[in-house]
Design a binder for this molecule. Structure first.
Ligand code: F42
Length: 160
């Protein structure tokens, strides 16, 4: 059941713009994040796939949309609340913890998902997958005392 409520764009311009481009192009544009990868003597830009997570604002009840790195396995996804290694969890993380009913857009496909935080071995497994997709996560975790949370998103249709 898709989230219902009024979409409230982020106050962060780059977030608003990427969400707008992603959605208005039907998930064909704005679907990556350019990451500089150090190669032998120079650097190369690697385009890392991005998904759009929609959550219900824990206070406003409005629909919030956030570009995140795509980490997927067998139809399930991980979203990593890194916020660039900031000392505080991103707001979208609190929203998804408060109400696990989320929507995920991966390219042209939008799905209702249920979010749950993972710990222990399950977190270690998904963390490794996340770092493989986006090595900067390892840097972020090294540079903050905050333990960066990982949420798993599973298709709501499969849940009873
Ligand atoms: N961030 C990550 O944490 N992980 C990623 O993998 C990631 C990848 C990524 C790729 C591309 C890209 O462009 C950005 C990427 N980001 C990634 C950054 C991400 O998109 C977010 O900008 C970042 O994680 C910070 O998320 P945030 O939810 O803290 O954003 C703030 C700035 C924000 O949007 N705040 C809103 C606002 O309008 O100020 C409020 C949002 C909200 O949900 N408000 C709540 C409500 O009820 O509506 C109330 C919140 C409260 O308690 O007051």
């Amino acid at each position: 059941m898709p989230l219902n409520g009024e979409y409230e764009p982020s106050t962060a311009q780059f977030v608003r713009d990427q969400v707008e481009l992603y959605e208005s192009s039907g998930g064909t544009e704005g679907t990556t994040l350019g990451v500089l990868v150090a190669m032998e003597e120079d650097e190369r830009l690697r385009e890392v796939p991005v998904v759009i997570l929609a959550t219900l604002g824990a206070k406003s009840g409005k629909i919030r949309k956030t570009p995140l790195i795509r980490v997927e396995r067998d139809g399930n996804y991980a979203v990593v609340a890194s916020a660039g290694g900031a000392p505080k969890h991103p707001v979208w993380y609190h929203n998804a913890v408060a109400d696990p009913r989320v929507e995920l857009q991966d390219g042209p496909v939008r799905q209702d998902m249920l979010a749950r935080e993972v710990t222990g071995d399950e977190k270690a497994l998904w963390w490794a997958r996340a770092v493989e997709a986006f090595p900067d996560y390892a840097e972020y975790q090294k540079n903050t005392d905050r333990e960066i949370p990982v949420l798993i998103l599973e298709p709501a249709a499969q849940q009873h």
